[in-house]
Design a binder for this molecule. Structure first.
Ligand SMILES: [Zn+2]
Length: 443
């Protein structure tokens, strides 16, 4: 018997957590936060500790696993974490310890979790490095494997649970990037082998399943960035903001800027966390990266150089969603000793994650930049999530008996169901709608 229980990450994007039960043994995949709700929670409380676990559950910030733990806690053999995005791992320090089981993740993801553990003073977790391309025998009946996949953060994995019923494949999140600028392309060879061995079910991130065609490769953004930096006049100072966890993107910005004879500075606390994880795991070379400035005084000192030599610097910074307290927000609201003006350019190597809060923050930031006559370039970005044609490729490649789209609620899930229909999948027989709090049982 296989039971797949959705805690989060199905009805909307965020708070990913799934329990996969196979004949009385359970593996949990991912343990994330609802980032929107986390921001709200943080606004009311400036310090979060492990004592807040219950309040975090009550406020919908992290998955509610109370009843599940009571009934099934002892059956949980492992927790498998696919990648280091906070909507997939942030809840680990709060929820994982009580299961008293090992936690598997790739080296980069482990470093990010260690950072969270330190932050929240959680010491009781047993983390095990599992590289992509490796397997770990969890019990007589279950083996966990990580397969390399591309996304928008280093070292992402598809989690594959080998069972006597076939493989249960959990691909959250993913895209098929054959020319990534950091790390390897997806491990098609292994995925095809797994397909031959037989896939029982496939849980597939559907964030962009409603986008036609293919998601472009990160190498395209590299070219876009080079183009836009070149086109920015020589006398303008450039501020580029992007996702702190997008190490490939940040590395590309550093390299391109230097190639175009600009010096690089990196500002922001979350930049520091992810870049440190990348350096510690040798994903990038420390010597080729500038130090990251986080404290106000440190940033102000560096901004003096930027001010004195207009057009000579690229500043990589936080704040692309217009979020309060990030570098860009503080810069436009005059909290640093640097006055933005017509001699500056701001490049958004990002897109707005369309929550009401982000949309409002970002349009306020835009207005402030316009009022200051700053030159703005937006959406120099490609997504880390697969589009429609990649979903078809994945389904054809893995040929799962059961297809379960996840992420993005009914709006996206129903597109996945329709698409699978073209490939012969039938709703409630071989394709399934699973929403948060629900479970699917395969006898
Ligand atoms: Zn992700």
């Amino acid at each position: 018997m296989i039971k797949i229980k959705a805690f989060g990450g199905y009805s909307k994007i965020g708070k990913s957590m799934t329990a996969i039960e196979v004949d009385n043994e359970i593996v949990i995949t991912d343990m994330g936060a609802d980032i929107e709700k986390l921001v709200d929670f943080e606004e009311d409380k400036n310090y979060i500790s492990l004592h807040d676990a219950e309040a975090l559950i009550d406020n919908g910030v992290i998955p509610n696993d109370r009843d599940f733990f009571e009934e099934n806690g002892k059956k949980v053999k492992a927790i498998a974490l696919t990648h280091g995005h906070l909507d997939h791992i942030w809840a680990v320090p709060f929820l994982a310890a009580k299961y008293k089981c090992p936690i598997f993740a790739t080296p980069f993801t482990i470093k990010v979790i260690e950072h969270l553990m330190k932050n929240f003073k959680q010491k009781n977790l047993r983390l095990i490095n599992l590289n992509t391309g490796s397997k770990y025998k969890l019990s007589e009946h279950l083996t966990l494997e990580f397969v390399n996949i591309t996304h928008s953060i280093p070292n992402s994995a598809i989690s594959v649970l080998h069972t006597k019923y076939g493989a249960i494949v959990y691909a959250n999140d993913w895209k098929l990037d054959d020319t990534p600028t950091l790390g390897k392309k997806p491990d098609y060879e292994r995925l095809e082998q797994i397909s031959k061995e037989g896939v029982h079910s496939l849980i597939l991130d559907s964030t962009n399943v409603d986008q036609d065609g293919y998601t472009f490769s990160e190498s395209i953004v590299r070219t876009m960035l080079e183009d836009v930096i070149k086109k920015t006049l020589d006398n303008k100072t450039i501020f580029i903001t992007t996702f702190s966890s997008h190490i490939a993107r940040i590395k590309n910005i550093v390299e391109i800027s230097r190639k175009l004879n600009r010096q690089v500075m990196i500002f922001g606390r979350s930049m520091s966390m992810y870049i440190k994880a990348a350096i510690d795991t040798k994903t990038i070379e420390k010597a080729k990266f500038p130090d990251i400035a986080m404290r106000k005084e440190q940033i102000n000192n560096l901004l003096k150089y930027v001010r004195d030599r207009p057009g000579k610097y690229v500043v990589i910074c936080t704040g692309h969603q217009g979020e309060k307290g990030a570098f860009l927000d503080k810069l436009v609201t005059g909290q640093y000793d640097y006055k933005l003006g017509e001699d500056d350019a701001v490049i958004f190597s990002s897109r707005v994650i369309p929550t009401p809060l982000n949309t409002a923050n970002r349009s306020m930031l835009q207005k402030a930049l316009d009022d200051l006559n700053v030159n703005v370039a937006d959406n120099v970005h490609v997504s880390g999530h697969a589009s429609k044609n990649e979903h078809k490729l994945m389904l054809k490649m893995l040929r799962p008996k059961h297809y379960i789209p996840s992420h993005g609620g009914m709006e996206k899930i129903s597109v996945g169901i329709e698409l699978a229909k073209e490939l012969g999948y039938e709703l409630n027989k071989t394709s399934h709608i699973l929403l948060d709090g629900q479970e699917l049982i395969f006898e």
